[in-house]
Design a protein. Structure first.
Lengths: 114, 113
């Protein structure tokens, strides 16, 4: 079965600093990987996804993630944090084949300090 | 605009009472999902449905029930057997194909009176 580990339940960065949110997955077959963002009392919104092809994926709001098969990682980055980036971020994985639903990590809360 | 509507936004349950959370989508999506969100726990899958009149249990189905009589609707009933129902409940859907991202509603927050 596939699983996702997000390192760090809370990450704090200064405004303008690099954002790095870590995600490692476990999957015996090629995965599909997703990053979602959640603002307080709202549902989740898709930031970006990796299915096949280019391993560096660009998403909305200046975020990007790189799929590294050798490291089983899909870390989310943004060069310069903005106050509006403060939210909770979820990494999720599903298998490219078969009928398994999406599995979410436990989330990382990002705080941005002025 | 197309989207997913969850209602009500806030819901209170008395001891021994069943309550039903509504989820409606007008995106013409085949698959629909219910998740429970607790602080620090991420999203845990309760039930999902990939086609009308069919659904499967997720990781934490005990104390919950669902139906999928129409493509647009996937209501979740929290029964009295669910002893710790206080949580944020999220409904999601996606179109055919596993690479398709899930679209989420804005959630229902359920509390015990």
């Amino acid at each position: 079965a596939q699983s996702v580990t997000q390192l760090g339940s809370h990450v704090s960065v200064s405004e303008g600093a690099l954002v790095l949110l870590r995600c490692n997955y476990s999957s015996s077959v090629p995965p599909y990987l997703f990053w979602y963002v959640q603002y307080p009392n709202q549902g989740l919104q898709l930031l970006l996804k990796y299915t096949t092809g280019a391993t560096l994926v660009k998403g909305i709001n200046g975020f990007e993630a790189e799929f590294k098969k050798s490291e089983t990682s899909f870390h989310l980055t943004k060069p310069s944090a903005h106050m509006s980036d403060a939210a909770e971020y979820f990494c999720a994985v599903t298998l490219a084949s078969g009928n398994t639903p999406l599995v979410f990590g436990k989330g990382t809360r990002l705080s941005v300090i002025a | 605009d197309g989207g997913i509507t969850q209602s009500p936004k806030y819901l209170f349950r008395k001891e021994g009472q069943n309550v039903t959370l509504s989820c409606e989508q007008n995106l013409n999506h085949d698959a629909m999902y219910w998740y429970r969100q607790d602080p620090g726990q991420g999203l845990r899958l309760i039930y999902y449905s990939q086609i009308v009149n069919d659904f499967q249990k997720g990781d934490i189905a005990e104390g919950y029930s669902v139906s999928r009589e129409k493509k647009e609707s996937f209501p979740l009933t929290v029964t009295s057997a669910q002893k710790n129902p206080t949580a944020f409940y999220l409904c999601a859907s996606h179109s055919r194909g596993k690479h398709q991202p899930q679209h989420f509603g804005d959630g229902t927050r359920l509390s015990i009176l």
